[in-house]
Design a protein around this ligand. Structure first.
Ligand code: DGL
Length: 274
């Protein structure tokens, strides 16, 4: 797939249910600083993680259409829940548009680093119920053993900024204990939700030492740069980002700054209606 090689061409569209996909955008910009992006956070309708696949697919098709109307040349589905539910429908609706989700790259990276082929996956309720990671992992490694658990409270903790310390660790322990007990524990844990990398230190504190943590955001950025033959990291950061959200510019900017790792101002965020 060759989606062009310079930032002079149309931007890359990135969408998520809200601010979570900013962790993906952050990784994309780190790998491709020369690219221009348009980011759309569907803040009016988040969370996606508690909704049905049909609803998430409908919302995702609307997000994609909005970005296509803005002239993007390719699309990154920067949301695990949307990737799990809507990728086939998105590809069917837009067969000529290069579209990448976060699940395949995260699954491929997990298989690459797991020596025991015993892999744990955590995500939202919708992502785990849809078994998208299990299927993606087992397509690559049919012998892999996958255990999975929805960790819905992590989303709220990440947005609240309670990402480490006693409360975060207690919640992490409650969710993760059962995945890492018994004689044969997984050697790899996939953070299958955009919010979960925010809780890295709390998660590390409760999983056994030596377990590899896979951030699907970083894996997606690497895959995208490789498969779409985009410029390599290290060139000057000259690309721009246009910020779109469907509600709450102030909250998007405030919470988003933390996910993005840089200051985002309310007046930079355009509110759009899908
Ligand atoms: N962005 C979602 C994901 O990665 C998490 C937030 C939500 O539930 O909308 O699954």
């Amino acid at each position: 797939m060759n989606a062009g090689s310079r930032s002079s061409v149309a931007p890359i569209g990135v969408f998520d249910s809200g601010v979570g996909g900013l962790t993906v955008l952050r990784a994309l910009r780190a790998h491709m600083p020369g690219e221009n992006f348009i980011y759309l956070g569907d803040t009016a309708r988040l969370p996606y993680g508690t909704k049905s696949p049909q609803t998430v697919t409908r919302y995702s098709l609307q997000c994609a259409q909005r970005l296509i109307d803005c002239g993007v040349r390719s699309l990154v589905v920067a949301c695990n829940t949307a990737s799990a539910s809507a990728l086939p429908a998105l590809r069917q609706a837009h067969p000529d548009l290069p579209i990448i989700g976060v699940i395949e790259p995260g699954a491929a990276e997990a298989v690459r680093v797991s020596a025991s082929r015993h892999i744990a996956v955590i995500g939202t309720h919708a992502t785990i119920a849809g078994r998208a990671y299990e299927q993606a992992i087992q397509r690559i490694a049919p012998d892999a053993r996958v255990v999975a658990r929805a960790c819905s409270l992590f989303v709220a903790l990440a947005e609240e900024g309670w990402v480490d310390g006693l409360i975060a660790e207690a919640v992490a322990r409650r969710y993760l204990e059962e995945l890492f007990c018994g004689p044969m524990v997984p050697d790899t844990l996939v953070l299958g939700c955009t919010h979960f990398p925010q809780l890295l230190s709390a998660i590390r504190a409760v999983v056994p030492a030596g377990v590899q943590l896979i951030d699907a955001a970083a894996a997606t950025a690497q895959t995208l740069r490789r498969d779409w033959r985009l410029p390599v990291a290290g060139e000057p950061a000259q690309g721009s980002v246009r910020w779109l959200a469907t509600d709450g510019a102030a909250r998007f900017a405030q919470v988003g700054s933390r996910f993005l790792g840089q200051l985002l101002r309310e007046d930079q965020v355009e509110i759009v209606d899908l």
